[in-house]
Design a binder for this molecule. Structure first.
Ligand code: GLA
Length: 442
């Protein structure tokens, strides 16, 4: 048996049961405040960009009106620094009254009216990472009930200011408490990120049973260095991490920073492509009011999103790190399709990478490759056909590969005359003019 089918089978069989709340069968999508807006609470001097109900309403408007919701970006997630420094007289969390005068329930209604969902942030510990009131073990039930009563749809539970023992108790307890509210609430656990992200300190079997997603590693920052550091950590540890993902249970390499200040257009495509291969949550943290058309096009790329959201939910892998500093990533998709990403880690000039599908263990057959970022289709590809891709420095070429035979009816003798005819006729590969996304991606 070749390597890829084995990996594929392993991936399918070892992704065990997921948290039984029926949520997030594909990686969640949406927008979150932290990476771009941090803990800016200075609404007096920076009213547009401070953490306040206006910011979240504005982002909800953008998601609903600028085509994001239709693409699947349907969560608006409040990160740290939303709450008052004090709990109310009944011990419940409350939003900062100046910055959220309407309250969270009203904000949730605003979102729900627009077909969107509201996420909120909590922290298992004495304080949040930003120094706001945390959720100690005795407050778990109260906070779960409060969030549910506000109509919250998602909780990110951070882990600052708690120890190993408290985390061991608290993360499963919150999962139970959320379930007990009767409201479906997606649950993101930062637990592994506080325990080094790897076994034996991290028990991914347990995480899969209690959380819908989990932050495994460090926070993303607005730079290509940060994207590379995160990518390397996740793929260096793919033997451990890749089998743990599946419908309802996802590794989370952190937010998309596309549209901010740190990434070139090529690097933005690279982040989108790698996050799609990783089956990562697509949670943007950017300013949707002022996004460039390039950033928007990358984030709204239909094929990249369809690959990320593939219903089979198998996380992809890094196949190769060439001495030329080209890397190849692959993800199996439904309908016998797959995604390939060729990433250049070079810093000189576009590189001509010469290879064939057979080098990645594709079996004999006829394939088409849809180039996700140019919209062109390469046809007449057999496993052994040699081809060349031009990859920009710190950029990617991303392909959606699907078997040509998939769409053909076998003839009486069981052969595929169309394919044979095509082989005779085309002496070399041809790129067709840009055309619509292949039907299976829609
Ligand atoms: C931690 C988390 C970040 C963000 C901040 C908020 O660092 O990992 O994603 O939530 O806390 O303070």
């Amino acid at each position: 048996m070749k390597l890829l089918p084995v990996i594929f089978l392993l991936a399918l069989t070892s992704a065990t049961s997921a948290l039984d709340n029926g949520l997030m069968r594909t990686p969640p999508m949406g927008w979150m405040s932290w990476e771009r807006f941090r803990c800016n609470i200075d609404c007096e001097n920076d009213p547009k960009n401070c953490i306040s109900e206006n910011l979240f309403r504005d982002m909800a408007d953008r998601l609903a009106e600028d085509g994001w919701k239709e693409m699947g970006y349907d969560h608006v997630m409040i990160d740290d620094c939303w709450s008052s420094m004090l709990r109310d007289k009944d011990g419940r969390l409350q939003p900062d009254p100046q910055r959220f005068p309407g309250g969270i329930a009203k904000l949730a209604r605003y979102l729900h009216d627009r077909g969107l969902k509201l996420g909120i942030y909590g922290d298992l510990g004495t304080h949040t990472c930003g120094g706001y009131p945390g959720t100690t073990l005795d407050k778990i039930e109260t906070d779960a009930q409060t969030f549910a009563s506000w109509g919250v749809d998602f909780l990110k539970l951070d882990g600052c200011y708690s120890n190993e023992e408290e985390q061991q108790k608290g993360y499963p307890l919150m999962s139970k408490a959320l379930n007990a509210t009767g409201r479906p609430i997606g649950y993101s656990c930062s637990w592994p990120a506080y325990r080094g992200g790897l076994p034996p300190s991290v028990n991914y079997t347990l995480l899969g049973e209690i959380c819908n997603l989990w932050r495994n590693y460090d926070d993303i920052q607005d730079s290509w260095e940060s994207v590379q550091d995160i990518t390397d950590w996740f793929f260096d540890n793919q033997e451990i991490l890749q089998p743990e993902a599946g419908p309802g249970r996802w590794n989370d390499p952190d937010m998309l920073i596309i549209g901010n200040f740190g990434l070139s257009v090529d690097q933005s495509r690279s982040q989108m492509a790698l996050w799609a291969i990783m089956a990562a949550p697509l949670i943007m943290s950017n300013n949707l009011r002022t996004l460039s058309s390039e950033a928007r096009a990358i984030l709204q790329n239909r094929a990249a999103i369809a690959i990320n959201q593939d219903p089979m939910g198998v996380q992809g892998r890094r196949l190769l790190q060439e001495r030329s500093h080209i890397e190849v990533y692959w993800r199996p998709l439904s309908q016998s399709a797959s995604a390939l990403v060729f990433l250049s880690r070079r810093q000189d000039m576009p590189y001509r990478y010469h290879t064939s599908l057979a080098k990645f263990n594709y079996t004999a057959g006829s394939y088409e490759a849809y180039d996700v970022f140019t919209g062109k289709t390469l046809s007449g590809l057999s496993a052994n056909t040699e081809f060349t891709v031009f990859i920009n420095p710190s950029g990617v070429v991303m392909w959606y590969v699907y078997p040509k035979m998939h769409y053909e009816q076998p003839q009486d003798d069981g052969r595929y005359p169309y394919v044979r005819q095509k082989y005779r006729m085309s002496s070399s590969l041809r790129f067709h003019k840009p055309r619509v996304v292949p039907p299976s991606l829609l």
